[in-house]
Design a protein around this ligand. Structure first.
Ligand SMILES: [Zn+2]
Length: 300
């Protein structure tokens, strides 16, 4: 997946999900997190990296891949606050002497995810490095690599609050974080149980489409697939439409889980499908309780 115009190029690294020890899915499969993609955008000398992942091991492996490109890493961009996209940013930034950048909305969400780390992330994964929120904003949400614009575009709520994408006009590229998925089950738990539905997410997809990209790098993806913008946008919309239909027709979380797998047999990321289902049906079955807590507990 390499495209180039003049001297600007990008390449994508999809990590292996970390080991996890909290039981199995309803169909007996071991729980395993979704693969997460990092994009390197680079010219002749400099490079910018996105969403460097979660664990110390992932940071080391990704760092070796970045080092192999032989460029000077200036910035690490974070698309949204979820820890799986940035808890490994510190070691990466230290290794290369890079700055960490994000929107103000993402930085606020990073603080929230860090506060939730002991109750949530550290219960799932052993290997998360010490993390602190050191990300800074940039004027007008714009920065650059060797004179090529990199634009942070705020798209609002999608699978979490205040998400953004990175637009690289000279490459016809959008690095989409969790706004667009590619061959991977989508994290729908918060959107349905907490935010009241997919309306904001659909608007965010429209905003990505309005950037008229040719390529979209989904934050969670099956690395065997291409990065065609039209297909990934269409499939992301279709997945939300199907979820809405199945949430009406299926009576339990397990029924919904099984129905989604039947419709998407090749999708990776079934843990996220199950977590989403148990959060949504859990909140539905206990309407008096705090939906945020039910959604968070569905990970454990
Ligand atoms: Zn994610």
């Amino acid at each position: 997946m390499v495209d180039s115009t003049g001297t600007l190029t990008y390449d994508v690294f999809v990590n292996d999900p970390p080991p996890q020890r909290n039981g199995r899915l309803p169909n007996g499969e071991p729980k395993r997190f979704s693969p997460t993609a990092s994009t390197l955008i680079y010219g002749n000398r400099d490079a910018v990296l996105t969403d460097p992942g979660l664990t110390a091991t992932q940071a080391r492996v990704l760092g070796d891949w970045v080092a192999g490109k032989g460029r000077h890493l200036t910035d690490v961009f974070i698309t949204h606050g979820h820890g799986d996209h940035w808890f490994a940013a510190g070691p990466l930034a230290d290794r290369f002497g890079a700055r960490i950048v994000a929107t103000a909305g993402t930085i606020a969400q990073m603080r929230g995810n860090l506060a939730a780390r002991p109750m949530l992330w550290d219960k799932l994964f052993q290997d998360i490095p010490p993390a602190a929120v050191t990300a800074v904003t940039v004027p007008g949400n714009r920065f650059a690599v060797e004179g090529h614009d990199l634009v942070m575009v705020e798209v609002g709520n999608t699978d979490t609050t205040d998400t953004s994408v990175l637009h690289v006009p000279d490459l016809g590229l959008v690095v989409a974080g969790d706004v667009i998925y590619n061959g991977c089950h989508m994290y729908t738990g918060q959107a349905v149980a907490v935010d009241g539905g997919f309306g904001p997410w659909r608007e965010a997809i429209d905003k990505v489409e309005a950037l008229d990209p040719r390529h979209i790098i989904a934050g969670h993806q099956d690395k065997r697939l291409d990065d065609d913008a039209k297909r990934t946008i269409e499939e992301t919309r279709q997945y939300l439409d199907d979820a809405e239909g199945l949430l009406q027709s299926e009576k339990t979380a397990v029924d919904y889980f099984n129905a989604k797998i039947e419709r998407y047999p090749d999708h990776v990321g079934r843990l996220v499908l199950w977590v989403s289902a148990s959060g949504i049906y859990g909140a539905r079955e206990r309407p008096g309780e705090d939906a945020r807590k039910i959604v968070a507990a569905s990970w454990l």
